[in-house]
Write a protein that binds this ligand. Structure first.
Ligand code: NAD
Length: 296
């Protein structure tokens, strides 16, 4: 039997409905959660992501501020904007869209965001809290969303071998940190594979849960997957498609047709992990607003 599909859109909708309820509750205390997104330059893909985040923020009943800065913005100008947002009581979450132009050091910018407003979960304080298992920080949206997908689909994780392909600070590393925690929605034995891993197949073949975040179309094929494995495809690769109106289409890292024949559960691209990332950003923002009440 081919693998069942994980419906990321439906699960994300549930998360967004919960966020909307919490936004209503905060209104009773006179608080409207606010998310500021800063876009530097005119990278078309980033502009699409930023617009989608703004729309989702407004749909959730939150205050959305999108700041568009010129591509030649200096690091000190950007930092001045971040500082102002750190002090702005209307704003509970701040996100600086990556990648940044080369004159700006992304690590410096990430460190300049108030950790209490770091809804991306990239600040070293929040990364550290996640690693040591403290739950009062912010967890990066994509891995947090994947953990929710697994839970919502009833995937039993304790004792399972979770293999992650990719070691970025955005997906691979935080994913590994989450899946190894001593919690009921994790407790996996984790293997992290990356560009220097020898014999990728040897590792992927032993995965009960395989999470693929390499940004390489078709890096995982059916013969690399154990029968009955759960496969999460994080990759978003824009590829040529003459049949599509735009001439391109989005595809994941997993060779969907061959992997679907062996896996038990698989997340499609699009419609799997992607919708969860924005939903978790909304969840982190409403949480930042809730936390701001206790910091008053
Ligand atoms: P990245 O380029 O920062 O990291 C890719 C990782 O894959 C690296 O750690 C690298 O070592 C590893 N890798 C590359 N080639 C490999 C190979 N041949 N074998 C084993 N490992 C290999 O990318 P990222 O930011 O982590 O994103 C990964 C993918 O996930 C991209 O396609 C990105 O667009 C997508 N993504 C999707 C979402 C979403 O919400 N759907 C969110 C974040 C990232």
């Amino acid at each position: 039997m081919p693998a069942e599909l994980i419906d990321g859109r439906a699960i994300a909708k549930k998360i967004r409905a919960d966020v909307a309820e919490r936004v209503k509750k905060l209104a009773e205390s006179g608080v409207k959660p606010g998310l500021a997104v800063i876009l530097v330059g005119d990278d078309p893909a980033s502009a699409v992501y930023v617009a989608a985040k703004g729309r989702a923020t407004e749909e959730a009943g939150m205050y959305s501020l999108t700041m568009r800065l010129e591509a030649d913005t200096s690091q000190s100008e950007l930092l001045a904007h971040v500082d102002a947002l750190n002090d702005d009581p209307r704003i509970h979450g701040i996100l600086v869209q990556m990648p940044l132009p080369k004159q700006i050091d992304p690590d410096f910018v990430i460190r300049s965001v108030d950790p209490n407003k770091d809804v991306d979960g990239f600040h070293p304080i929040n990364v550290g809290k996640m690693l040591v298992g403290e739950r009062d920080g912010f967890i990066p949206c994509t891995p947090a969303g994947i953990q929710v997908l697994l839970k919502e689909c009833g995937v039993e994780t304790p004792g399972k071998h979770c293999v992650i392909i990719g070691r970025s600070n955005i997906v691979g590393k935080p994913m590994a940190a989450l899946m190894m925690q001593n919690t009921t929605d994790a407790n996996c034995t984790v293997t992290v594979c990356h560009s220097r891993t020898k014999d990728l197949r040897e590792h992927t073949r032993s995965a009960d849960i395989l999470i693929v975040a390499a940004g390489r179309s078709g890096i995982v094929t059916g013969n690399m997957v154990k029968k009955g494995a759960v496969v999460i495809d994080v990759g978003t690769n824009r590829v040529k498609d003459e049949k599509s109106k735009t001439g391109t289409r989005l595809e994941g890292d997993v060779d969907f047709e061959s992997v679907r024949k062996v896996a038990s559960l698989i997340s499609p691209v699009p419609g799997g992990v992607g919708p969860m990332t924005i939903a978790m950003l909304m969840a982190n923002t409403v949480r930042a607003a809730e936390l701001s009440l206790s910091l008053r």
